[in-house]
Design a protein around this ligand. Sequence first.
Ligand code: AMP
Ligand code: GLY
Length: 412
Amino acid sequence: MRILVLGSGAREHAIVKALLREGGHEIVAAPGNAGIAAEVETVALNPADPDVVADYAVDKAIDLVVIGPEAPLVAGVADALRPRGIPVFGPGRAAAAIEGSKAFAKRVMESAGVPTGAAVRAGTLAEAEAALDSIGAPYVVKADGLAAGKGVLVTPDREAALAHAAFWLQHGEVLVEEFLSGPEVSFFVLSDGANVVPLGAAQDFKRIGDGDTGPNTGGMGAYSPVPWLPAGFEEEVVERIALPTVRRLAAEQTPFIGVLFCGLVLTEAGVRVIEFNARFGDPETQVLLARLASPLSELLLAAATGRLSSVPRPAFVDDVAITVVLASEGYPEAPVTGRALTGLDAARDVSIAHAATARTPDGGTVATGGRVLSVVATAPDFAEARARAYAALEAIGLEGGQYRRDIAERVS
Ligand code: AMP
Ligand code: GLY
């Protein structure tokens, strides 16, 4: 197949690597990064411009478009491709609102009977205040729309919760939510709009610092599988969360085609959805796909063409996978960019997924953003996977570079 992968992060590099493992495909990434460009053709088009992507895909007779990040989904890239007959893995703009609008996601969950925390929508400060008092502390206040990771505040402080609500009310509605307490896990299912196929769970490490300290980031590491999940967890998530959500979206004429990323909390009262995303997680994808033994292209194409019920269940290797993200100095607030990366070739026994990297004219590689790369290691157990990943990180040089030392440390 001729496959076009949209995006430029480590998630997209992991997707490209999984497709390359199958062999026999022609793969193009747009725009990609230095690591992706070292493995496949890249093209400098704007992945979030629906017409540009659709014209390119038609012109090059692309057989499958795989949308990595959220921006192209929200921009309607899938909506531009489908009428032109190009199979596309990724929901249209309306279904992608399951990620882009927390109020929409809550409404879908409530009408589908999906377990989630109680929530109240507020359009004014008075409504927000009443909601905070009716739901109680600790307070959870969320901006309705996309907020670049800054929309959610969890606090015991009523004044801080009100100030957060006041700020985000300038941009639209806010949601006041019940506080959910328990371990979090990311769970992924493929959907063709009607059927779902589970891809499994991964644990993400969202804070910048060891021991879950410091500011939130896009994700500093991950591991999969998640051995501490209760028996029957996967079936429960499929039956009680993923399928009802997909069916509800179909009933509303906004079928969800792509990967439904379920952000879950295991509370004492049972599993609850904290959020949905309409795309693969980063860095979770790096560990999920590192273990995938089935051809990824078959699964993505089946999802894109409404045939998920006819493909075999995906198989995974027995090895576990971990990934550790190397970030630039100053990330997440103000990453320092332009610094040289060294030692990439010396890293053994791991796979390196590039995120924010570029080639220099003299053949070197520089960091161009916050999360620079993702070191992925697989092994029979987590201790060995950790040893491999961290040995590789010691070989890689980036002035001021930061990475967590405790990824998958407490799992065995
Ligand atoms: P979100 O952007 O919805 O994923 O929220 C970001 C983070 O805030 C989550 O990963 C949780 O750690 C935390 N969070 C969000 N909603 C809640 C909630 N209802 N209760 C407790 N923590 C939450
Ligand atoms: N790692 C969380 C995300 O991709 O949103």
